[in-house]
Design a binder for this molecule. Structure first.
Ligand SMILES: C[S@@+](CC[C@H](N)C(=O)[O-])C[C@H]1O[C@@H](n2cnc3c(N)ncnc32)[C@H](O)[C@@H]1O
Length: 413
């Protein structure tokens, strides 16, 4: 058992030395910043600190298993843009991955990062000051004992801090593990580059009945990148989670789920029109609703979620209040959204191939046009000459819709 585990640990490290993931060219950082969930500063502020965190004050972030650096670079750049007081600590097993993220940081002129090569399991021994926020995406499901990894992260998390995590989701990955097993049986003993070469050919010729072939949601192996192919189909060790398993996993390490993102993918009411079913859904807990949504949709390939230490009595998620400022995720502008909503009473969004029609709340175009990232809700209310209760009634469904799509968050003025 111990020997097999050692070998698998070595195989995971070797994979990420040979195939740093995701593949990134540092030169691309001259032209664009990759942003995403979790760990966008406005998003984590909304979900972990009730929107009240001031990033011009000291803030310590850890990116555990940071790979080629997408989250670490996003966090470091966003903290630098807030006055460069916050810092990012990057830890990863793979030296090759670290050299990519170091090159990206250099190109961006970031000086608020530190880099360590090692296992996240050793974090409690590394004598860091506790971290306010920890990002760990696509890593824990590769450990022999993911619970031990999560516990190690919790041990270096500050009281009142939180984590943004991603693990694989079972239903959307249907077929991945069948093919992994087949490839391991055939080519598991070959050198890594040869495994990729042989496996690509094998996968191209799988019978049409194969579940991976039939799964329209998984396509990483068809992108042409060896690192992506390897990560999906030749990984020496990975597992996936259903929603209840995510919750158990968190609880095992003394953590509570705050929310999944995007929220709309975990809200079954969005995909149901039957009145009886809707009234049953309304009576369910947030977690039972997420379980139901996962079983209905069947297409989640990953679960992205925020978590905090158990028994934290301070509210985690920002709430609608007069002093809160609505902010839009970058890439969305008030004018652009207002334009796409103007004159309509419903809006169709396609999730994978599933088209969902959202009824648009009254006055959404007019209200969204005033969201500039600086005006508070009470200032927007005044511009509309409404009283607070009247405005709140209009704004609540707009916020539910846009926050559900993960494009609007709240932060304190
Ligand atoms: C799939 S990549 C994800 C990279 C990054 N988090 C992202 O989302 O882009 C997994 C990374 O976890 C690292 N890793 C795996 N096990 C680890 C461990 N025990 N401690 C630290 N890093 C680990 C690998 O070296 C690899 O860079």
């Amino acid at each position: 058992m111990g020997k097999g585990r050692d070998n698998r640990d070595k195989a995971v490290k070797r994979q990420y030395e040979d195939f740093p993931y995701p593949p990134r060219n540092p030169e691309d950082d001259k032209g664009r910043l990759i942003t995403g969930s979790p760990s966008h500063l406005d998003e984590l502020n909304h979900y972990i600190f009730a929107g009240t965190r001031d990033f011009s004050k000291p803030f310590r972030a850890l990116v555990a298993g940071g790979g080629t650096g997408d989250a670490a670079i996003m966090l470091a750049q966003q903290l630098a843009d807030h006055g460069n007081v916050g810092s990012v600590t990057y830890v990863d097993l793979s030296k090759a991955s670290r050299s990519v993220v170091e090159a990206r940081a250099k190109i961006r002129g970031l000086n608020n990062m530190e880099f360590h090569t090692g296992s996240l399991l050793d974090l409690p021994k590394m004598e860091f000051e506790p971290f306010d926020y920890i990002d760990c995406c696509g890593v824990l499901h590769h450990l022999e004992n993911p619970e031990a990894g999560l516990l190690a992260l919790n041990q270096v998390l500050a009281e009142g801090g939180g984590m943004g995590l991603m693990v694989y989701a079972t239903l959307g990955r249907t077929g991945v593990y069948h093919v992994q097993k087949a490839l391991k049986a055939l080519y598991g003993e070959e050198p890594l580059a040869r495994q990729v070469q042989l496996s690509k050919k094998f996968v191209e010729n799988l019978p049409s009945t194969n579940w991976l072939v039939r799964n329209p949601f998984v396509g990483d192996h068809q992108m042409g990148e060896d690192a992506a192919f390897f990560d999906l189909l030749l990984h020496p060790r990975d597992r996936s989670y259903l929603v209840p398993e995510v919750v158990e996993f968190l609880n095992s390490a003394g953590l509570d789920l705050v929310t999944f993102v995007e929220p709309v993918k975990y809200d079954p009411a969005v995909y149901v029109s039957d009145k009886d079913a809707l009234s049953r859904i309304k009576k369910m807990s947030m977690i039972d609703q997420a379980v139901l949504a996962e079983n209905m949709l069947g297409n989640q390939k990953t679960h992205i979620f925020y978590a905090r230490k158990q028994n934290n009595s301070i509210p985690a998620i920002a709430k609608i209040a007069p002093n809160m400022v609505p902010v839009l995720k970058n890439g969305n502008t008030a004018e652009g959204l207002a334009k796409s909503f103007r004159g309509r009473n419903e809006f169709v969004i396609s999730f994978d191939s599933e088209k969902v029609t959202f009824p648009l709340p009254p006055r959404i175009a007019e209200i969204i046009a005033l969201v500039d990232g600086t005006l508070s809700l009470s200032e927007i209310q005044n511009k509309l000459s409404l009283n607070w209760e009247g405005f709140r009634r209009l704004f609540a469904p707009i916020f539910k819709f846009l926050n559900g799509l993960n494009i609007m968050w709240l932060r304190a003025a």
